[in-house]
Design a protein around this ligand. Structure first.
Ligand code: MLT
Length: 322
């Protein structure tokens, strides 16, 4: 009898098609919203594949008594109780760098939109106006980009910003000056206060943890230059939106771009009323190329585990301990 895989979100591509040829795959793209049903059926599957919306809780993992691998199509694993999975002996496979180029490109796109005011200019021309003076921008050249978290995405964003002639500074308590992402980007490592004070643009590339939740708040925003911009493409709750709204509406910082939100999808928000913020619906990783790579790598790792081999991209261990 072939092994059974449950997919709880909209995850498609050749990698999934390959799994369907070899395994008994059940896919319900809305199952992440039906937590009781998910809990009831989880025990029937050898593998569970999710994106970022399914809450893979301790209860779900306990109910998934046959499961040997949970696959996360993406890099953020804050929706998975990795400790509980490890306690159950379940492998957590994910895709730590498959979408990092796309996210880094989005950071550059957002930085250019903020610097050159493209979204406002576009809306203005389409409404019949031709007001050149309203859209005086700034150059990226010679400006300082502060990267909070110089990992796979932060470093790729930094490398691209270097091509624009930007100075790179980085805050990452887990790195030293000899780490690859520091030497290759030419970033100057500094503490968070220095980064906040010196940056013209700040980009956040952190996982969501107890330590990073609301790291950008009234206090940290107050340390930024009034001409500075902040970009978040990592996890929404790292930025306290209420404090960001205050800073943007009072002009204590120049602007912001958010691809991720405290709550997704967000409720009606005062941020929607501001001209100096650019908002996108968690799409930084949503390019065809990134999604193909994510799905291919994840399907490969789920197949490896179900075939008795070790997974290559894991958040805990490569083979099940059950
Ligand atoms: C990621 O964590 O990989 C991206 O934010 C996209 C996603 O959550 O699926």
């Amino acid at each position: 009898m072939s092994k059974k895989i449950l997919i709880t979100e909209n995850i498609v591509g050749p990698g999934i098609d390959g799994l369907k040829e070899k395994y008994d795959v059940t896919q319900d793209k809305d199952l992440w919203q039906k937590s009781d049903e998910l809990l009831n059926i989880a025990g029937d599957y050898d593998a569970i594949i999710v994106r970022n919306q399914t809450k893979v809780t301790e209860d779900l993992l306990k109910a998934a008594s046959r499961c040997v691998v949970v696959g996360r199509a993406g890099v953020g694993i804050d929706n998975i109780d990795v400790k509980a999975a490890s306690d159950q002996g379940i492998v957590v496979a994910f895709t730590p760098e498959e979408n990092s180029i796309s996210v880094a490109e989005q950071v550059l796109g957002m930085m250019l939109c903020l610097a050159k005011k493209f979204p406002g200019a576009n809306a203005s021309v389409k409404s019949g106006s031709w007001d050149r003076m309203a859209f005086l921008g700034v150059e990226l050249f010679g400006k300082t980009l502060g990267v909070i978290g110089l990992g796979k995405i932060g470093a790729r964003a930094a490398l691209r910003a270097r091509a624009f002639g930007m100075r790179i500074i980085g805050y990452d308590p887990y790195l030293t000056k000899n780490n690859f992402t520091v030497t290759e980007t030419g970033a100057e490592l500094c503490d968070l206060d220095t980064l906040l004070r010196e940056s013209d643009f700040i980009t956040i590339h952190l996982p969501l943890t107890d330590e990073t939740r609301q790291m950008i708040n009234e206090e940290t925003l107050a340390k930024m230059k009034p001409t500075a911009y902040i970009i978040n493409t990592s996890r929404g709750p790292i930025v306290k939106e209420e404090a960001l709204y205050e800073a943007l509406s009072k002009g204590t910082i120049a602007g912001a771009a958010l691809d991720v939100r405290e709550e997704e999808p967000p409720k009606e928000s005062p941020l929607n009323t501001l001209d100096n913020i650019l908002l996108t619906p968690h799409v930084a990783a949503f390019t065809q190329e990134a999604q193909d790579k994510v799905v291919e790598s994840l399907a490969d790792d789920v197949d490896r585990v179900l075939s008795g081999g070790p997974a290559l991209r894991v958040a805990n261990f490569p083979s099940p301990r059950k």
